[in-house]
Design a protein. Structure first.
Length: 343
């Protein structure tokens, strides 16, 4: 066990203290500061430093609620190590309730590690990265689907890296999509820089979805247990885990005709090869095209826009192996299966 040490940003939060602070990362047109809300919980006992970020995309709110709860829940007298919560990373996008930084539509999550001589997004990213991300040992970055879509609760992580795989598994999600993230994303940059980081994808933009938020709280608990920040807490392992590593195990199903989309699968997002996923009909209801599942799998993302043109994505399907399929079927049978990507 290591000795407790202060968490330094410019000021410092000594061991045994929780501090809610605002940190300036930019300025508005009026010259007012743009400040991110941050909570630092520095435990009385030494241990790893964990960052958690939400709203890098300004309209993705589930993670904001998760971090509000995390910041309120953990007490520095019980934590072995340090938890750093960046409640809202993309403040201009959050204020405008949109994904990107307004006016020039810059993506903060493609701007890391950023530079102080570059555009607004890179300057903001640089402030966040240097002050709050670089000092950390591991990280969790909370996202949702982009608007007009919803996604099954899952983790994205580069499972080829053992340090990242440990983090992803201990978070305890059923579904893990493995692979490197896009260049300039917080996950990729932090991971390559020695801070293993995973992305948590949960539900829809513009909403608080309480069942997902509760699961994320359990995931945070489990990670803190695995890394010794909560030494007496058990790590939570899920009943089944599907790790999707190959591109051939996932597919965006796209429309081949234009028209009105009606989803057909029944309640549970499990479809068997050849099942009808949805139909696309014309406005006169004289023509109806059936969209069939190309393989047996889970529908993990759904477009919520009910009109489609040829080429529009309809849903995201991942295959499941025999063993996982049996476990999912057992859970469905027992009424335990709770994945509802569209709710
Ligand atoms: Zn996002």
């Amino acid at each position: 066990m290591s000795d407790p040490k202060p968490f330094r940003y410019e000021a410092e939060v000594p061991p045994g203290q929780k501090r809610h602070l605002r940190y300036e990362i930019s300025e508005t047109y009026l010259g007012d500061p743009v400040e991110i809300p941050v909570t630092v919980i520095n435990g009385e006992h030494g241990g790893p430093t964990v960052f958690m970020t939400a709203a890098l995309h300004g309209d993705e709110l589930n993670g904001v609620k998760v971090l509000q709860e995390v910041a309120a829940r953990y007490d520095p007298t019980r934590i072995h190590g340090t938890v750093v919560c960046i409640h809202v990373a993309n403040v201009p996008g959050y204020l405008a309730q949109q994904r990107y930084i307004p006016i020039y539509d810059l993506d903060l999550n493609r701007s890391f590690p950023g530079r102080n001589s570059s555009n607004t997004a890179e300057r903001m990213a640089n402030q966040i990265y240097e002050r709050f991300i670089r000092p950390c040992d591991i990280g969790l970055d909370f996202h949702t689907s982009t608007r007009n879509r919803t996604t099954m609760y899952h983790v994205r992580a580069d499972m080829s890296r053992p340090d990242v795989a440990r983090l992803a598994r201990s978070y305890g999600s059923n579904l893990i999509l493995s692979g490197e993230a896009d260049a300039g994303s917080l996950r990729t940059v932090a991971t390559n820089d020695g801070t293993p980081t995973i992305t948590v994808e949960m539900g829809r933009a513009h909403r608080f979805q309480l069942p997902l938020i509760e699961r994320a709280m359990e995931g945070v608990d489990s990670v803190l247990a695995e890394y010794g920040l909560l030494p007496n807490r058990p790590v939570a392992w899920p009943g089944w885990t599907r790790i999707v590593e190959n591109a051939s195990d996932k597919a965006w199903i796209r429309a081949d005709t234009g028209g009105l989309v009606e989803m057909q699968y029944d309640g549970v997002p499990l479809v068997y090869e050849g099942d009808t996923i949805c139909t696309i009909s014309n406005h006169f209801k004289t023509r109806e095209k059936r969209v069939a599942a190309p393989f047996t799998g889970l529908i993990i993302g759904v477009l919520q826009n009910p009109v489609a043109a040829p080429g529009h994505p309809l849903c995201h399907l991942v295959s499941v192996d025999e063993k996982t399929l049996r476990e999912i079927e057992r859970e469905i049978e027992a009424g335990e299966f709770s994945e509802r990507p569209w709710s």
